[in-house]
Design a protein around this ligand. Structure first.
Ligand code: FAD
Length: 443
């Protein structure tokens, strides 16, 4: 069997490795348009900040490693520019070999999502950077290391924008973050996002809300960012992080059905509309695990799981992908914000009746040193089915949201949260864990 994979990072690399484990004989070829495969995209901001000091640590797997360990033929700097399902071939534009065709029995698409670049005056200014790949951060690092590099403007207060703002600040730059909406980090409801914003300001990041960027001005030194209110902010570099779009333009004439925003439409088996073509990762439309509606959630966990499932299917196993719950987490200086399931905005949009409670328990027993408050918000139906949860705090936020993520996965109710028996000793929790407290408050 000959299996081609488009995209060699999260979804593509996991599909390849799993397939090799299940099938010793399959011929597996990965096409990756960039120079690297299997790199730690989630680690990129921390390399900018210096927490990850060694660039090589970002390269989780190399083409040689994939070849030696898994007998996978990895072709970097090789972009798939078109696919032809009628004769089951792909068209490859290779840096070394020029254009050629490759045939497949099964094709896996994991092209991911690309940063959105708005069509604004001056958008081609070389001091505007996006963050997706190793070459992207190499360019940013190079600029940061050049002379006169004291300030950065980050446009967009999503996960990547906030992580970049924090890390540029940690690297010693003067940082301003400009956000078009009234809050950062839309998976959080405004009151929780406000605590994370406050943490950023306390660490010296300037935040501008409800400010649209209208264009960019080149300067003799640095770059100017024009705001809708007429102000022009000056900086030495700009990070553009206003969101991502599926990297699927090469599929336009392929017959593979795409959703309104360009996501590949798949079924539970992760098959696209065209036989023998599967798709995974940031480029696909998924089912919302809680509501069964269609959505798109670009996260690494789902991409990896989907890659594994597609390999199972190709090897004849019957795994299915049941949907994405959107469990996510972010470090904001000393704080952590995490969320799972739906927030108020989503529930309102879907017209679902819901209740909320917010509790502020200690991260662990207050008499044991180092305890700090967690703000934990729970969203549930009037009958008590859990729909979502969000938390912010300095310690223990991750495990509380993960507990509730598990409860949601199993269709849990608020009474389950009250009943859960969770690990306790004073350094870690309280006899009534914050998750139990949220359950009590909701009952
Ligand atoms: P990718 O991992 O992006 O891989 C797609 C690859 O396909 C790319 O390398 C691309 O070059 C290649 N490609 C595209 N089109 C073609 C083509 N036509 N031919 C050949 N190759 C092609 N998620 C989390 O859950 N937690 C985090 O903390 C987190 N942090 C992140 C931080 C940053 C800076 C970024 C950019 C992303 C982060 N993510 C995080 C998101 C996570 O990285 C993605 O959800 C995940 O990588 C998606 O996997 P994928 O396989 O769909 O796409």
């Amino acid at each position: 069997k000959k299996v081609l994979i488009v995209g060699g990072v999260a979804g593509g690399a996991s599909a390849a490795a799993r397939l090799r484990r299940l099938d010793e004989h399959a011929e597996i070829i990965i096409f990756e348009k960039g120079p690297y495969i299997s790199f730690a995209n989630c680690g990129l901001p921390y390399y900018i900040g210096g927490t990850i000091a060694d660039r090589d640590r970002l390269l989780v797997q190399t083409p040689k490693g994939m070849a030696d360990r898994f007998r996978i033929d990895v072709r970097t700097k090789s972009e798939v520019i078109a696919i032809n399902p009628d004769n089951r071939t792909v068209q490859v534009q290779s840096h070394e070999r020029g254009q050629y065709e490759e045939s497949y029995d099964e094709l896996i698409l994991s092209p991911g999502a690309r940063p959105i670049i708005p069509d604004l005056p001056g958008k081609d200014n070389p001091l505007i950077y996006t963050v997706r790949s190793i070459p992207d951060i190499d360019r940013i690092k190079e600029q940061m290391n050049s002379d006169n590099n004291a300030s950065a403007i980050v446009i967009g207060g999503g996960f990547i924008g906030v992580e970049m703002a924090e890390n540029l600040k940690e690297a010693g730059l003067d940082v301003t973050l400009v956000e078009g909406n009234g809050q950062l980090l839309t998976p959080f409801d405004p009151e929780l996002a406000a605590s994370l914003a406050q943490e950023m300001e306390q660490h010296g990041v300037k935040l501008l809300f409800s400010q649209r960027v209208q264009g960019f001005q080149s300067r003799e030194q640095g770059i100017g960012v024009e705001l809708a209110d007429g102000r022009v902010l000056a900086a030495d570099l700009v990070i553009l992080a206003i969101g991502v779009a599926p990297d699927t333009s090469f599929l336009q004439h392929s017959g593979v059905s795409l959703g309104a925003r360009g996501h590949i439409m798949v079924n539970e088996a992760l098959e696209s509309s065209v036989p023998h073509i599967y798709a995974v990762g940031d480029a696909i439309e998924v089912t919302d695990y809680i509501h069964g509606t269609k959505t798109a959630i670009p996260l690494a966990g789902p991409a990896n799981k989907q890659g594994r499932i597609v390999a199972d299917r190709i090897a004849g196993l019957h795994s299915t992908y049941k949907g994405t719950q959107g469990t996510s987490i972010i470090k904001v200086f000393g704080m952590t914000g995490a969320s799972t399931g739906s927030n108020e905005k989503t529930l309102k949009r879907l017209g679902i009746d819901y209740r909320t409670v917010i509790v502020h328990p200690g991260s662990h027993a207050s008499y044991y040193p180092g305890s700090s408050a967690i703000t934990l918000k729970l969203l549930f139906t009037p009958e008590g089915k859990i729909l979502g949860a969000q938390a912010v705090g300095y310690d223990g936020v991750d495990k509380r949201i993960d507990d509730i993520a598990v409860a949601i996965h199993f269709g849990g109710h608020i009474s389950d949260l009250a009943e859960l028996e969770l690990s306790y000793a004073p350094p870690y929790s309280s006899a009534k864990d914050p998750v139990n407290m949220a359950g009590y408050a909701a009952e």
